[in-house]
Design a protein around this ligand. Structure first.
Ligand code: PEP
Length: 251
């Protein structure tokens, strides 16, 4: 792998939106991407599963990618309310977020489960966006690097490569709070993640490492120019076309 990987700007809509909202937001972003010629950035939208059809229709052939917010480990079966990775692929997804801190907290997901979900995603030809990040207590205790690296080693499937894996570093205390780590703190964690990825994956220097946690138009340029930050995973600001587009333009 030579040079930096193409930045990925991913929007996690979480449990927000409606059919009309999805068509408007995704359509607006697709128009801007098409008008912009795609540029040097890849854009990914991860709406609630029920809105994937509307988003897929709205993005059309613009090149904007779509993804799920979670998947089950099994290919199919008696798992009420869950979604298989192959179903997401069938709905047009190229990616799926796994191990988001809200899933780890709300559903008790641990590294082993996240790793199994990432494996299921890869088996369905989806690229998992594997989320890792420390809590505020862990950062205050000085264990952020240790915690994040332990999550990384426990959550990334064996045999992953630059084309089959994205990692998102999301400090739990920065999500939805308006707080962000200092650029030096982000750099320290991303450098540590890169070192491990280089050791445990193929072409580890090309695996994209996203930063997530209160990325806004006002701080995006500073964050996205840090070495080993290869894009952003954006929550709140991905729900506004102007904000999300401004963040993508910063990459
Ligand atoms: C997220 O939930 O992945 C996230 C980064 O949220 P926000 O941008 O709102 O902090």
């Amino acid at each position: 792998m030579t040079g930096s990987p193409k930045p990925l700007i991913a929007g996690n809509w979480k449990m927000h939106g409606s059919e009309v909202f999805a068509a408007d937001l995704a359509g607006s972003l697709a128009d801007r991407m098409a008008g912009h010629g795609g540029g040097g950035v890849e854009m990914l939208l991860c709406p609630p599963a029920l809105l994937l059809g509307s988003v897929r229709a709205a993005v059309g052939a613009s090149g904007v990618a779509i993804g799920g917010q979670d998947c089950h480990v099994a290919e199919q079966g008696a798992h009420t309310g869950d979604i298989a990775a192959a179903m997401l692929a069938d709905a047009g997804c190229g990616y799926v977020i796994v191990g988001h801190s809200e899933r780890r907290a709300d559903h008790g997901e641990d590294d082993a489960l996240v790793q199994s979900k990432a494996e299921a995603a890869q088996a369905a030809k989806l690229v998992p966006v594997v989320c890792i990040g420390e809590t505020l207590d862990q950062r205050d205790a000085g264990t952020a690097v240790e915690v994040v690296i332990s999550q990384l080693r426990g959550s990334v499937p064996e045999g992953s490569s630059a084309s089959t894996l994205v990692v998102a570093y999301e400090p739990v205390w920065a999500i939805g709070t308006g707080r962000t780590p200092t650029p030096a703190d982000i750099a320290e964690i991303h450098d540590a993640i890169r070192d491990v990825l280089t050791a445990i994956t193929t072409q580890g220097d090309g695996v994209r490492i996203l930063y997530g946690g209160s990325v806004k138009p006002i701080n995006a340029a500073e964050i996205l120019t840090i070495e080993n930050v290869n894009g952003a995973l954006v929550g709140g600001a991905s729900l506004k076309a102007d904000d999300f587009w401004a963040i993508a333009q910063s990459a």
